[in-house]
Ligand binder design. Structure first.
Ligand SMILES: [Zn+2]
Ligand SMILES: [Zn+2]
Length: 316
């Protein structure tokens, strides 16, 4: 953002950075100064150590150079924000990663009408329509209850997806302890400290195999086909991701129970959001730009691709 001389989610260390949320493709350590929500700064401190941070609460305005800035909720993960920039009578909204569905672990996306909307497009194809989250969680519980001699191992990203799946399970009445791989421990703790309760959680380490039969085990995707999983009793391998919509992808990763649960907007959420915000122009980043660009053109909205180098989504 030139008039503010600041960068949004820069992939290299910069003098001034606005960081939308804690995923590693957006939040990097080592900037001169970081503006972000208190939750995002706490997540960054957990992952990279203490940063030179300026905490900004949702809705609180501040000025950098000639630009008025505020953060509003993006509904993606705890602390995630869209950046609203106002300069010379023009308003630009940078969505960061976002979704429109309810998520018990974070504040809901706040629509801000604008002149230019810079949107992500991770799932920017009409084939991506995420099913209802509750029904995916019910499939998981059904599988768990259908064979109490096995555990169900659910692959999830450590930041956001893990805590969302756990709270959705609690909402569906699952009160049993949930076991976890060490890699998700720190962020689960942090979520609890920041007010998201996860119920009874137990570390897998040192637990006898049979004790985990009939239970859910949460682990990062990398652990699913790893030696590590041999400590579990005949696990059913599940994975919670928007990519599970693609059957081939599930098959390639030996996923027995694909769960389509995403922290990104699906095609309908992307297009409904653009309709709602009525921007003059849409700039599309971070994913599959072509189809969404075409959709905008059909709806008389100017659109262009913004190719960002060095982005590889951590989460989906
Ligand atoms: Zn993200
Ligand atoms: Zn991202």
């Amino acid at each position: 953002m030139r008039p503010a001389d600041a960068w949004i989610d820069p992939s290299r260390p910069k003098e001034r950075a606005f960081v939308t949320h804690g995923h590693s493709d957006h939040a990097r350590g080592g900037h001169g100064a970081v503006w972000a929500t208190p939750e995002t700064l706490a997540i960054m401190a957990t992952r990279y150590g203490e940063q030179n941070g300026n905490p900004v609460a949702y809705g609180e305005g501040f000025r950098v150079g000639e630009v008025d800035v505020r953060f509003v909720p993006a509904g993606h993960v705890l602390g995630s924000a869209q950046v609203v920039l106002e300069h010379a009578g023009e308003r630009i909204v940078v969505s960061g990663d976002y979704k429109r569905r309810e998520d018990p672990t974070c504040a809901p996306f706040e629509p801000v009408p604008c002149d230019i909307f810079i949107t992500e497009a991770t799932f920017g194809l009409p084939v991506f329509r995420h099913p209802d989250t509750g029904s995916e969680i019910d499939r998981l519980l059904h599988r768990l209850h259908s064979d109490p001699s096995r555990s169900v191992l659910v692959g999830v990203y450590a930041l956001g997806k893990a805590q969302r799946v756990i709270t959705e399970l609690r909402r569906r009445g699952h009160e049993q302890p949930i076991y976890y791989h060490g890699a998700v421990e720190r962020l689960c703790r942090l979520y609890e400290e920041l007010g998201v309760s996860l119920g009874e959680m137990r570390h897998c380490a040192g637990v006898p195999k049979q004790e985990m039969a009939g239970h859910i085990v949460i682990a990062p995707p990398s652990a699913l086909n790893d030696r590590w999983s041999r400590r579990l009793p005949d696990p059913v391998t599940a994975m919670a991701s928007g990519w599970m919509r693609i059957r081939q992808r599930a098959r390639q990763s030996n996923i027995e129970l694909p769960l389509v649960i995403s922290d990104h907007a699906d095609w309908d959420e992307l297009t409904c959001t653009i309709r709602e915000l009525q921007p003059r122009e849409v700039w599309i980043t971070h994913g599959r730009e072509e189809a969404l660009k075409h959709w905008c053109m059909l709806h008389q909205i100017k659109a262009r691709e913004l190719n960002l180098v060095g982005y590889e989504d951590e989460d989906d």
